[in-house]
Design a protein around this ligand. Structure first.
Ligand SMILES: [Zn+2]
Ligand SMILES: [Zn+2]
Length: 351
């Protein structure tokens, strides 16, 4: 019998048997291989919702995932047993924004793992054929699941348009922040300064390629002699993320807001702090067509997504993964959950 993890409300996660619906006409059943636990899943877990999308009936979270096909799909050059990644978002292709090419902004998007669409923390899940992503042979189940958050990082970099030798601050050094630091380290930017209140994430930021890192904005003030950074990429879950990004930015600087603040609100900041700097501020919303580039980054080892996954757990460890992340467990960056068969090379953590 298939098992799945259901979120019943804030901090109420339960495993139960679950019969997934039969695949629709343009869908296929997948054996889920690996599912990354994301900061956005944590908002549902901690708050029982995210920005107005609240949990009314129990739902299965999880949108960063890979799986094994159970049948051949000749038109996509895919075979039974093959590992695929899945883009959790299906845009409508009909609305004004889709027609303009802004698929990531489609208000009619069907997003697996956001209510009412069931996510991937289940052993089996029907997925749309259009969401299947063919992979090169040597990518692991965990790496394939990491393509989705890596895509978020790629999209943020696209919006940022990094300039040669400019200074960059990255606020929040979780999975997204660390991915962005790795991408910045491969770019021609100048100094990269990481900020995260958790000391183990500060260490990870340095490993990922940051020039310097610290637990608060002092590192930026000291490194830039209070000038601030030309570009600030905010990837925190904190209501203070926006205010901190403004304070980290130099006059005439740019800010890219990637993080989702707890409680869906930014803390107060004096208008003058942003206004007098003349800041250029952009919001990053999910991602455009990024999978081919994310695959290439992993395949060519330009990005080490394995360095971002700190914990590996079976399905019945999911509750621990969420609780650890909600409590900022030391040493935790990102958990990967294996709902069914655990690949032989994976070393599971105890819980
Ligand atoms: Zn995510
Ligand atoms: Zn649309």
């Amino acid at each position: 019998m298939n098992s799945a993890v259901f979120l019943h409300g804030a901090r109420d996660l339960r495993i139960s048997t679950y019969q997934p619906p039969a695949p629709g006409p343009n869908e296929v059943m997948l054996d889920v291989a690996a599912v990354g636990v994301c900061g956005s899943d944590l908002h549902y877990y901690k708050d029982g919702g995210i920005g107005g999308a609240t949990i009314n009936t129990p739902f299965i979270p999880g949108h960063e995932f890979s799986g094994w096909l159970k049948e051949d799909i000749p038109q996509l050059d895919l075979q039974s047993g093959e590992l695929v990644a899945v883009d959790p978002a299906t845009h409508c292709a009909q609305c004004e924004w889709c027609k303009k090419g802004y698929y990531n902004l489609c208000p009619n998007v069907k997003f697996l793992g956001a209510p009412p669409y069931q996510g991937a923390l289940t052993q089996q899940l029907p997925v749309p054929l259009t969401g299947l992503v063919k992979l090169p042979g040597d990518i692991t189940a965990s790496q394939a699941a990491m393509l989705e958050p890596l895509g978020v990082c790629v999209h943020a970099m696209d919006l940022a348009r990094v300039r040669v030798q400019e200074s960059v601050a990255v606020l929040g050094c979780g999975g997204i922040g660390l991915g962005i630091i790795q991408l910045l380290a491969n770019s021609s930017c100048g100094s990269i300064l990481g900020v995260d209140p958790q000391p183990h994430k500060v260490d990870k930021a340095i490993e990922a390629g940051a020039t310097s890192a610290g637990t608060d904005l002092t590192v930026i003030n000291e490194y830039t002699s209070n000038r601030g950074c030309d570009l600030v990429i905010e990837a925190t879950n904190s209501p203070d993320g926006f205010a901190h990004a403004v304070r980290a930015a130099a006059i005439g600087g740019r800010i890219i807001l990637v993080g989702i603040p707890d409680g869906d609100i930014y803390s107060d900041i004096a208008a003058s702090e942003a206004r007098r700097r003349g800041l250029d501020i952009r919001f990053s919303r999910r991602m455009g067509d990024v999978y081919p580039r994310a695959i290439e980054l992993v395949k060519t080892q330009q990005v080490d997504v394995d360095a971002i996954v700190s914990h590996h757990l079976p399905l019945d460890g999911t509750g621990h993964a969420f609780e650890w992340q909600a409590n900022n467990k030391s040493g935790l960056i990102k958990s990967m959950v294996y709902p069914g068969t655990v690949p032989a090379a994976v070393q599971l953590n105890s819980f």
